[in-house]
Write a protein that binds this ligand. Structure first.
Ligand SMILES: [Zn+2]
Length: 158
């Protein structure tokens, strides 16, 4: 197998705040990340797919095609957005990096399989700061079909 990695970036705001808890509980656990009026990050998302190269093109997947899928499924939905309020597929969910990367996987894996049947999503890496990042390879997904904390309170974008 050959592993193909494509990096995309987006800027977004969020806060880590569980509405089922008191303000004090939230501040005790999340600290400055619970700041009521949000904070932002310059995120990086590295998407790795795997497959064997086509002998005619020499490619597993055209980088342009992979980029187009990642942009359509993720980047266009989250870039310059408030992850708590603006993104339909995150409605009511805690926008921690851990939840974000699972939700990204749920969108990307079928889209990549459909548009490029010879490739499979292998690995995601989401970088929040230069010191903090998360990685996901799809394990345990069956337990995370619905990660909602509360009723969605979101204006549909599409
Ligand atoms: Zn943050």
């Amino acid at each position: 197998m050959v592993y193909i990695c494509r990096r995309e970036t987006f800027n977004a705001s969020h806060k880590l705040y569980n509405p089922n808890w008191s303000k004090e509980q939230n501040e005790a656990l999340f600290g400055v990340c619970a700041n009521q009026n949000w904070h932002g990050h310059n995120f990086e998302l590295v998407v790795t797919v795997k497959g064997m190269p086509d002998l005619e093109t020499g490619m597993v997947i055209d980088y342009k095609v992979l980029s187009k899928i990642v942009r359509r499924e993720i980047i266009e939905k989250v870039h310059y957005k408030n992850l708590n309020l603006d993104v339909d597929f995150l409605a009511g969910k805690m926008p921690s990096c851990e939840i974000l990367i699972i939700e990204f996987w749920k969108r990307l894996a079928p889209a990549i399989q459909q548009e490029s049947p010879r490739t499979t999503l292998h690995h995601l890496k989401l970088v929040e700061t230069k010191n903090n990042s998360v990685e996901y390879m799809g394990e345990g997904l069956e337990h995370y079909q619905d990660l909602r904390l509360q009723e969605p309170n979101v204006v549909k974008q599409d």
